[in-house]
Design a protein around this ligand. Structure first.
Ligand code: NAD
Length: 430
């Protein structure tokens, strides 16, 4: 019998997304490198379950508008699937599938009892008025009710969603099942069973990785400069944490513009500026000069932190980066083509699946606390987060050194192999 050709991701319902094709390309490379079984590789290329739903919403002006929502569960092998919910204009099925796949690897690297999932609604949250975001969220929750559950699939915030969004999901789900079910989402308000320190967890984890990388390279944080793309949850907390350690943040950008001040941007004042303006942007901050968006990532610095969106470091700009460490706060910010360029530089990369794993790690703590109905204090949360981030960081570095591969290949192989090992032990059903 002749061997079947490997599955072709481009010819699937996810295949029109460059982000999905990028995630598949990474998986194939790791599968080749680690000698992963081809049948298992093919299975891991495709999510276990994907649901696309129409979400009709009554708008403030009385019209009904229908949005498209997605929930993709990549793997349920290791436990419930876990992953954020993103509200962004151009979200599509393939992007969500890629993000779900990366979540599986991330949970594997962190040794969490979860598979990966992700959700999204194609909507620009900045354009929603009055109660539209709440109605959208509640109707979406209702539409995907049949595939979520505290032992099935647990959501969390991502781009364009926050603690309040999670509170609406919690309430909608609880009303449906008839009892309060805080463990249906993580990243919810502390008053509703949220975990102290969850909001800051991703940025804190990013900073632990940066300081570990600095340690290895002999860089003192007080002498370091940082450039950060994105000033939302991940970007703003990373800035705060870096400044606490004595570093200077010299440039920051978001979807509306970028700013630079070589003497160091005052993050507390910038946060006030962002909170005050309607678009919640760093643009127009009086204590910094405006720079073109394209200059942000190539601004010279010790550490560059993309913390906004995927595929921003490409073959076109990778050669122009002027940083010593690239700490990927966002998911998928660097394309495989850019990776090839960076491999020829001395830039130390902390890959996304490791760097931003603090969020899902504290989400796991939150889920455990909700199931046990026993809450931890912030000291406990932060010390456990630090312990688990450092352990994962050191495992990835040890793997990279032992096998003489990049940090990305090392991290992805640890994640992929964990899932593959569990699949092998459970065996194929039926
Ligand atoms: P957020 O919505 O809080 O903030 C997003 C930021 O990115 C905003 O400042 C926005 O203006 C900026 N942005 C959007 N489009 C941009 C563009 N085209 N150019 C420049 N900036 C742009 O989102 P977040 O939760 O901070 O997530 C940011 C990234 O981190 C995403 O890739 C997300 O998947 C990833 N991530 C988030 C978490 C979490 O816990 N929130 C965990 C892991 C990974």
């Amino acid at each position: 019998m002749s061997a079947m050709p490997p599955a072709n991701p481009a010819s699937t319902p996810f295949g029109s997304s460059p982000t999905y094709l990028m995630a598949c390309q990474q998986l194939r490379a790791v599968a080749r490198e680690t000698g992963l079984d081809e049948g298992v590789t093919d299975r891991l290329m495709f999510p276990k379950r994907s649901q696309v739903v129409a979400v009709p919403v009554r708008m403030e002006d009385g019209r009904t508008e229908t949005f498209i929502g997605y929930r993709v569960q990549h793997s349920l092998t290791s436990g419930p699937s876990k992953g954020g919910l993103r509200y962004a204009k151009n979200v599509d099925l393939g992007e969500v599938a890629a993000l779900a796949m990366w979540m599986s690897w991330k949970c594997g690297i962190m040794n969490l009892p979860f598979g990966g999932a992700k959700g999204g609604i194609a909507v620009d949250p900045a354009e929603l008025r009055g109660g539209e975001k709440e109605r959208l969220t509640r109707r979406f929750t209702d539409e995907i009710q049949n595939i979520i559950g505290p032992r099935v699939d647990v959501m969390a915030p991502d781009m364009g969603t926050d603690e309040q969004t999670m509170a609406w999901i919690y309430d909608t789900y609880s009303m449906k099942v008839g009892y309060a079910c805080p463990e249906i989402v993580t990243g919810k308000p502390v008053e509703l069973g949220g975990c102290v320190g969850r909001r800051e967890a991703t940025g804190r984890g990013v900073t632990y990785c940066i300081t570990e990388a600095f340690d290895e390279l002999g860089i003192r944080p007080e002498t370091a400069t940082a450039v950060v793309q994105g000033f939302g949850n991940v970007g703003s907390v990373t800035c705060d944490e870096l400044v606490k350690r004595g570093a200077k943040v010299v440039a920051i950008g978001d979807r509306y513009g970028a700013i630079r001040n070589d003497r160091g941007i005052n993050i507390a004042k910038l946060s006030e500026h962002v909170a005050r303006n309607e678009r919640k942007t760093v643009a127009g901050f009086p204590e910094a000069e405006a720079i073109p968006d394209a200059e942000l990532l190539t601004t010279p610095c010790t550490v560059l932190v993309p913390a906004a969106m995927e595929r921003v470091i490409t073959e076109a700009n990778a050669g122009k980066l002027r940083c010593r460490v690239l700490a990927e706060g966002a998911n998928g910010p660097t394309t495989p083509e850019a990776d090839a360029v960076l491999a020829r530089s001395d830039i130390h990369i902390v890959p996304d699946v490791l760097c931003n794993a603090g969020g899902v790690t504290v989400s796991y703590f939150e889920w455990v606390q909700d199931l046990a109905q026993f809450m931890w204090d912030e000291e406990e949360v932060n010390s456990q987060l630090k312990k688990q981030m450092l352990r994962a960081f050191r495992r990835v570095r040890a793997e990279a050194k032992a096998r003489r591969v990049s940090n990305r290949t090392a991290a992805l192989s640890l994640g992929v192999q964990k899932v593959a090992r569990e699949k092998a032990k459970r065996r194929l059903y039926p």
